[in-house]
Design a binder for this molecule. Sequence first.
Ligand code: PLP
Length: 401
Amino acid sequence: MTVNPDYNIRVDLFKESPTRKIDVIKEKLQREGKDIILLSTGQPSIPPPKWAREKLSRELLEESMRLYAYTPTQGRKTVLEAIKQELEEHEVKLRDKQITLTAGGQSALYATITVLFNEGDNVVVFDPMYFGYWPLLDYAGVNVIDIVEDIKQGFKPDLDKLEEITSKKKIKAVIIVTPDNPTGRILTRDEAERLASLAEKHGFYIIVDEAYRTLVYEGEHHYLYKYAPGRVIALNAFSKDPGIPGWRLGFAYGPEWIIQRVKLVVQETVYCTPAVAQRLVEIYLSDRERRRQHIEKVKQVYRRKRDTIIDEINKTLSKAEYTKPHGGMFLFLNLEKYLEPKSITAEQLSLKLLEEKGVATVPGSYFSKHYKHALRLSFVSETPERLREGIRRLAQLLEEI
Ligand SMILES: Cc1ncc(COP(=O)(O)O)c(C=O)c1O
């Protein structure tokens, strides 16, 4: 007799994340002794600075419960102060109740979407968009309206189109990631100002994902919150800077009435965030000059890697389309001219590339309903030489298929 499992079928909207799926195959191949070039993950390749780790490691040896205890859900006052002070340098001024820690960026996404959306709300997103949002928006039951960003225009968000939509329909919120994952595009000041003024005029919220805000290679990150403080909820993570993705710490800031509810969702899901991660971040943020030097060093390394992967693409993949990422960790490579004539999807290519050539990537279709022949390539995890090798193997495969 088969037993039908009786559960909330809405959770079936949660699928295994694309990078997790790829990790499973990658790990199997690695166990079989294959060398895999990792162009799939947004895993930093540089740990937090040694001075911060040293200070923390000494504190870990103290006979005290401080780094092992529960903390307030919102976060320890001292770390919240350190984050607020850092944001003030960018003219983002927050009161105590306008910021809360979250268990990584993912928990900030989940909590904010849970708080803000009712079923049937209209939510505008820009396609391609970080894959983490799609299942959460489905789960919330919102009506997603996507505006495709044109690769030939550098993935600029089409704000004319947004204005057209908002003048016809009641929009609850717009979601934007800057610097972007997967495209590396950053919002210009003009775009940030215009988006903020549209939010004020039409009364919608902006969820801005700033997980990569300190990894900008050209230009600068513009803090949307500054331009529309009553309308912007900003989501952040410490996974990329200072590089502690496994320690699960992020934060959200914005209007008090939203953030206080975000805090309660965090309370009911994880209760509090890791005390040890909070302390590391506090140490890291408190020494501004050494932190600045660390970020400069990291950016120099990542920028060089980005330039290497671009150089190799230019040499070996003349029909590929991309725009130079000005921030973040990824390059979005459109291979339509190679794949479309052969009716091969990005998913098929990505799998073949991993199994036959030992190169892990993420299919662009996980980020986009429009770009069906693209791959997202991470340029941070591997050495420059291995980045080149990864692209050479991709070019070889494209010749063979
Ligand atoms: C744009 C973006 N937002 C949020 C997250 C989630 O952050 P975390 O890894 O801290 O959960 C990521 C992770 O890669 C991301 O790229």
